[in-house]
Every structure is written in structure tokens, then in C-alpha cells.
Design a protein. Structure first.
Length: 107
């Protein structure tokens, strides 16, 4: 489970008349602190790739926007690919199974 901020507008695509996939980037932030020995540990931000299917994708399309705060639950999916130059890129995605919009509704 993650709580974070949507960093750009969702990318929603339909692959059948009524079947959608939505992709969202989510930023989560870990607050910095000062350790007992006086060492300052700065804030740390991670960016996550979220994937929504079916009815959740349609909800994302209608209600989720850049800057919104989301709570999501899901499972991790790892993959890799090789680009034209032969470099291998590893990717992780969160396949979202449950979501709550934590931002207040816009008037």
C-alpha cells in the first residue's frame, strides 16, 4: 500500500470497446530527520508506476488528476527489456487492486 501524489495526468487507453487501462505516476515522500548523533538525513522521494484495469481505470479517467493524493493497494510486477543499443532496462509496476482518492473534490 502506498499514499502519494499523482505527478502528471493519467494516461488512459481503451483496448476494447469497454476495457480500459490507466497508467499513473505516483510520488511518495519520506520525511527527513536529524539522527541522535546530529546527522541530518534529507527528505527522500520515490516515483512509482501504477497500472489500473477495467472499472478502476474508468474511475481514474473520470476522477484522478495531477496533484491529487491517492491511497493504493496492489501487487508488484517486475519486467525488463533490451533497447536498440543492447542496454537492459528493468521496470517495476504496481498493479492496483484498490484505490481511494484522498484529495477533496473540486467545486
Amino acid at each position: 500500500m502506498l499514499i502519494g501524489i499523482v505527478t502528471k495526468e493519467p494516461d488512459v487507453r481503451y483496448f476494447d470497446v469497454d476495457q480500459a487501462v490507466a497508467k499513473v505516476r505516483l510520488a511518495t515522500k519520506e520525511r527527513g530527520y536529524v539522527a541522535k548523533n546530529g546527522t541530518k538525513v534529507p527528505d527522500h522521494t520515490d516515483w512509482h508506476n501504477l497500472v489500473f484495469f477495467g472499472p478502476l481505470a474508468k474511475i481514474v479517467e473520470d476522477h484522478v488528476h495531477e496533484g491529487d493524493k491517492l491511497y493504493v493497494e496492489g501487487r508488484l510486477r517486475y519486467s525488463s527489456y533490451e533497447d536498440k543499443s543492447g542496454t537492459v532496462h528493468n521496470q517495476s509496476k504496481i498493479m492496483v487492486e484498490n484505490m481511494e482518492l484522498l484529495s477533496p473534490k473540486q467545486q
